[in-house]
Design a protein around this ligand. Structure first.
Ligand code: SF4
Length: 388
């Protein structure tokens, strides 16, 4: 006798095969991806959500273009909670463009110390001086003019023009890309530079031209609070009804990213060179990595070189001094965007020579207790914790 269960077990397979649908073709144009009606619904949902849920951040309490500009510069590559105390201190010290333009670079760098990406501080200073000189201290209201200032790229230009002046420029940062990638199941890797134009075109298309300021801030806020990189809060998301990744159950697949190369790690050494109660600090050139910050002299260790050997060699190369290198006093790790370092600090004694710099642009012999008055690199600040 035939087992009825067996016969029945085959049926669903056949039915399934008959009803297999061909894969839905993906829309190719931006209009097809987000038709007008969908755009309108998304804009409205975003605005309503933002009105209720936005964080009361200090730069949102002001329409002063200078304050908005400073906040956007600080927020590039940096989280809101990190920026908040820096923003308050910076604006207390430099409440307007004139005061920033008149400030010394070491004062500005000291206030920026620890925030990272120090080119941003140099660019802000240079741009403030240009605005004071050429625009009578008023931030240019024309995007093209503003875009020519040091450090002002497309993101900063669009953010400041839209938020401060209500102009219809759409912003695209990491949060915006993530939201768009998930909303429309975009296969374009978010970290591949060649895909940026497509995200920008989509953001332009979606922009609410009746209120670009609120719209731009709302998309970024959604990315920061709900559409998080991990575990997005789709159940609380105002765009869930329009989100393809959510409706297809594939949120985890987006945004697509190109695999990053492994981050290299370098062994570095710093010499804490003592001479008559002072230690030697050197200043990095303003241009380039960690520009304008102070540190102990030193450099990269060579293979098979001990820390004291590397210390003697690098201090001599950078400063021309002959030193006696003692024992390592601290070993700290520090991560930058594209590499990490392990920095060994070595206690040293000056033996002979006058300082002749090769690489650094200035030096000071400083009592230990006064080191903190200088804007220092992050790694050296970690070493100081050990010295204390
Ligand atoms: S529904 Fe989820 S994945 Fe889609 S935009 Fe909202 S939070 Fe992001």
């Amino acid at each position: 006798m035939t087992n009825p269960m067996r016969r029945r077990a085959g049926v669903p397979l056949i039915i399934k095969a008959c009803f297999m649908m061909p894969a839905k073709p993906k829309p190719t144009t931006i209009e097809a991806l987000c038709p007008r009606q969908a755009c309108t619904a998304i804009r409205k949902a975003l605005r309503t959500w933002y009105d209720r849920h936005q964080r009361p951040l200090p730069w949102r309490q002001s329409r002063d273009p200078y304050r908005i500009w400073v906040s956007e510069v600080m927020l590039q590559q940096t989280q809101v909670k990190t920026v908040l105390p820096y923003y308050e201190r910076f604006l207390a010290a430099f409440p307007d463009i004139h005061s920033l333009a008149a400030a010394g670079s070491q004062t500005v760098l000291k206030l920026w110390e620890g925030l990272g990406y120090y080119r941003r501080a140099h660019h802000l200073m240079e741009a403030a001086r240009t605005i004071t000189r050429e625009y009578n201290g008023c931030l240019p209201t024309e995007r093209d003019a503003f875009r020519t200032l040091p450090g002002v790229g497309d993101y900063i230009a669009n953010a400041v023009m839209s938020i401060a002046f209500g102009q219809p420029w759409a912003v695209v940062d990491g949060n915006v890309k993530r939201v768009l990638a998930r909303l429309f199941c975009l296969e374009d890797p978010v970290n591949r530079p060649s895909t940026h134009a497509r995200f920008q075109a989509l953001a332009d298309h979606l922009l609410d031209r009746s209120d670009p300021s609120t719209h731009n801030q709302a998309v970024m806020e959604l990315g920061a609070l709900i559409c998080l990189p991990r575990n997005p809060g789709c159940q609380a998301c105002p765009l869930a009804a329009r989100c393809r990744a959510d409706s297809d159950g594939v949120v985890d697949r987006y945004p697509v990213r190109d695999k990053k190369a492994a981050i290299p790690e370098h062994a570095m050494v710093a010499g804490v060179v003592h001479k008559r109660g002072n230690v030697l600090l050197v200043r990095r050139p303003d241009e380039g990595f960690l520009g304008g910050l102070w540190e102990f002299p030193g450099g990269r260790c060579q293979k098979k070189e001990s820390l004291p050997e590397a210390c003697r060699r690098t201090v001599q190369e950078q400063t021309g001094l002959t030193i006696a290198a003692g024992a390592p006093i601290a070993r700290v790790r520090h991560a930058y965007t594209h590499f990490k370092i392990t920095l060994g600090a070595v206690a040293c004694r000056w033996e002979s020579g006058r300082v002749r710099l090769d690489g650094p642009v200035a030096f000071r012999w400083v009592p230990l207790r006064e080191l903190e008055a200088f804007p220092l690199t992050g790694a050296i600040k970690k070493v100081l914790l050990h010295l204390k």
